[in-house]
Design a protein around this ligand. Structure first.
Ligand code: SF4
Length: 243
């Protein structure tokens, strides 16, 4: 088929393995792993001489590897650009560690499209398609902010407060950040969740957020008295206990 298309004058081929029969390959979830469709490039390269494009759970590293293998000429990113629209700029600026990872959950992008909701969003980037509404502006007054809980909500709150210029201290009772996401990230194929926790750790560090691990702050702690704002992000609990 590729030979026929090339002979018909097609300029380039976007090769992947997604179809309505294999719909999970159209927007591959985390369990399909990195670069899950690059294997189709080698036979395609041997069949035609026109440029080949490939997509599907690529990382910057897998993209470079595929290009260097000469089995593809372009690698495409979709969801990673929803999770972090600044991905190309950050890579150009040698800021790989600052690229916010797409966790391949398909919840707020594909899920909202499938549910015919008005516009997509992103589980890790609330500003996606809401850039004006959720613009992070510098605060006119610097406040002393205490965040209780180092899970995803606490890390997010601490990051945004620090970006706004506030002085932020985050308290986490465990020895590590991540909260309940840490448990969810245990399977190997959930490595993107692990990557997200690590990304938050790096960002909070760069923003100067003071992180107090192994610290279960008590209600009479003077730090709470001195805080201008207290954000309680101590994690969700089940609505019903089914055990
Ligand atoms: S909602 Fe965001 S993090 Fe989840 S798959 Fe879509 S782009 Fe990736």
């Amino acid at each position: 088929m590729l030979k026929i298309l090339e002979a018909a004058g097609v300029d380039a081929l976007d090769i992947d393995a997604g179809s309505y029969e294999t719909i999970d390959y159209i927007f591959p979830p985390s369990y399909l792993g990195d670069a899950c469709m690059e294997y189709v490039c080698d036979p395609a390269r041997n069949a035609v001489g026109i440029p080949i494009l490939n997509s599907g759970n690529h990382t910057p590293e897998s993209a470079v590897s595929l290009i260097e293998s000469k089995n593809a000429d372009f690698v495409m990113f979709g969801r990673p650009l929803i999770a972090d629209p600044d991905l190309p700029i950050k890579l150009l600026a040698d800021m790989r560690e600052d690229v916010r990872p797409c966790i391949r959950c398909n919840e707020e992008c594909i899920g909202r499209i499938a549910g015919r909701l008005t516009k997509l969003s992103c589980a890790v980037n609330i500003q996606a398609c809401n850039e004006a509404r959720y613009e992070i502006k510098r605060a006119t007054t610097t406040k002393n902010v205490v965040v209780v809980g180092g899970g995803p909500a606490g890390m997010k709150a601490a990051r945004v407060a620090a970006l706004k210029g506030h002085s932020v201290t985050l308290y986490e009772k465990l020895h590590t950040l991540g909260g309940q996401v840490t448990s969810a990230a245990t399977p190997t194929f959930k490595n993107k969740l692990r990557e997200l926790i690590d990304w938050y750790g790096i960002q909070l560090d760069k923003l100067g957020v003071e992180i107090k691990l192994n610290t279960m702050i008590q209600e009479d702690d003077p730090a709470l008295e001195e805080a201008d704002q207290i954000i309680v992000a101590t994690g969700a609990v089940p609505i019903m206990n089914l055990c």
